[in-house]
Write a protein that binds this ligand. Structure first.
Ligand SMILES: [Fe+2]
Ligand SMILES: [Fe+2]
Length: 332
C-alpha cells in the first residue's frame, strides 16, 4: 500500500515541525464540519480507519450481489428479471465507487481484493444467509437495502469528501432498491395464501440478521467513539438500529406481516419502539466465518476473480500499449 500523502507535502515544512500545525488544521476542518480531501494531511489512524471501513463497505456491495443474483435466472417474469438485474448491477457499481474512494487514500484495489479473498478483510454479515425463495429478494430489498439507507444517509455527511460524495448517488439507488423490494412483497401479499406464507417466512428469517447489520451494541463497539470524533461515523450502532426499527414497524403493518419479536412495542415515553436483543453470539459466529453461506460466498468470489484474470491481463496490456503509443507520439 502506498501513501501518496507523504509525496505531496514537498512545500510543507519538515514533518516533525509541521505535524502539530497540520494536526490543528485537520482538527479545525473536522470541527467546522468541512471535508477532508485526498490531498489534505490526515492522521495515519484516520486514513487506516477509513480504508478499512470503505474497503469493507466495497466488499459488502460486491459479495452482496450473490444472494439475490442467484434468482436472476429464476425470476418469475421478464419485468421482475429486469428489475433484479438492474438492482444487482447497481450493487456492482457501488462496489466500484467505493474501491475508487479507497484508492484516493492510497489503497490499492488489487490488494484490497486479495485481502477479501484471503479472508483478511470482512464484508457485512448479512450476505451469509441463504435465499431459498423469491420472497427473499423482496425482503432483502425491504430490510437489507432499508438498513443500508439508515447506515449510509448519514455517511453523505462523513468528513472524508470522496466517501461522502460517493454515498449521495449510492443512497439514491438504495432507495430504489428498497422500494422495488417492498413493491414485490406488496404484490405477493395480494396473491395466494402460499405466497403470503412465503413472505412471512422470509421476514422471520431476515429480521434478526438485519438488526445485526448495524454491528454490535455500542458498549461492545470499541472503534465507534473514535470514528464519531473524526465524524467518519455520525451515529452510533444502537441509534441507527433504533432508527431502522422505527422506520420498519409501520411498513410491516401496512404490508400485513408480523415482525418476529414478542418484545416489540411502542414506548410512548421514549418516542421509539422497544425491541428484543439480537443473538449477538450468532453475529460473532457469522463474522468469524461460520455463517450458513460464508464458504459458498467466498468460493464464488474466488472463482469469479480467477475467471476474470484474462480480462485484467487484457486491460493491462491495452493500457501499456496506449502508454507506449503516447510516449512514441510525444517523442516524435
Ligand atoms: Fe448497494
Ligand atoms: Fe442496494
Amino acid at each position: 500500500m502506498t501513501s501518496p500523502q507523504s509525496g505531496t507535502s514537498s512545500s510543507a515544512p519538515p514533518a516533525d515541525r509541521a505535524e502539530p500545525e497540520l494536526q490543528r488544521h485537520f482538527d479545525d476542518t473536522i470541527a467546522h464540519n468541512q471535508r477532508i480531501e485526498p490531498r489534505d494531511w490526515m492522521p495515519e489512524g484516520y486514513r487506516r480507519t477509513l480504508i478499512r471501513q470503505i474497503a469493507q463497505h466495497a466488499h459488502s456491495e460486491i459479495i452482496g450481489m450473490q444472494p439475490e443474483g442467484e434468482w436472476i435466472t429464476r425470476a418469475p417474469s421478464l419485468r421482475r428479471k429486469a428489475i433484479l438485474f438492474a438492482k444487482v448491477q447497481d450493487e456492482a457499481g457501488h462496489g466500484l465507487y467505493l474501491y475508487s474512494a479507497a484508492e484516493t487514500l492510497g489503497a490499492d484495489r488489487a490488494d484490497l481484493t486479495e485481502r477479501l479473498i484471503e479472508g483478511r478483510q470482512k464484508y457485512s454479515s448479512i450476505f451469509n444467509y441463504p435465499t431459498p425463495t423469491f420472497a427473499d429478494v423482496g425482503v432483502i430489498g425491504w430490510f437489507v437495502d432499508g438498513a443500508a439507507i439508515c447506515n449510509q444517509v448519514p455517511l453523505c455527511r462523513s468528513s472524508y469528501g470522496p466517501y461522502a460524495r460517493a454515498m449521495v448517488r449510492v443512497c439514491k439507488e438504495e432507495s430504489f432498491h428498497q422500494r422495488q423490494g417492498y413493491e414485490l412483497l406488496l404484490t405477493m401479499m395480494r396473491g395466494t395464501d402460499e405466497q403470503r406464507a412465503m413472505v412471512q417466512d422470509a421476514v422471520d428469517r431476515w429480521w434478526w440478521p438485519s438488526l445485526m447489520m448495524f454491528g454490535p451494541p455500542d458498549d461492545d463497539s470499541p472503534n465507534s467513539a473514535q470514528s464519531m470524533a473524526w465524524k467518519i461515523k455520525r451515529h452510533t450502532n444502537d441509534e441507527l438500529r433504533q432508527r431502522f426499527v422505527d422506520m420498519t414497524v409501520p411498513q410491516a403493518e401496512k404490508l400485513g406481516v408480523t415482525l418476529p419479536d414478542p418484545e416489540l412495542r411502542w414506548n410512548e415515553e421514549r418516542g421509539h419502539h422497544d425491541f428484543g436483543t439480537p443473538d449477538w453470539s450468532e453475529l460473532k459466529r457469522v463474522i468469524s466465518g461460520d455463517g450458513p453461506c460464508n464458504a459458498q460466498r467466498m468460493e464464488r468470489r474466488r472463482t469469479a476473480h480467477e475467471e476474470g484474470a484474462w480480462v485484467r491481463e487484457a486491460a493491462a496490456a491495452h493500457a501499456a500499449k496506449q502508454d507506449k503509443r503516447r510516449e512514441e507520439g510525444s517523442a516524435a
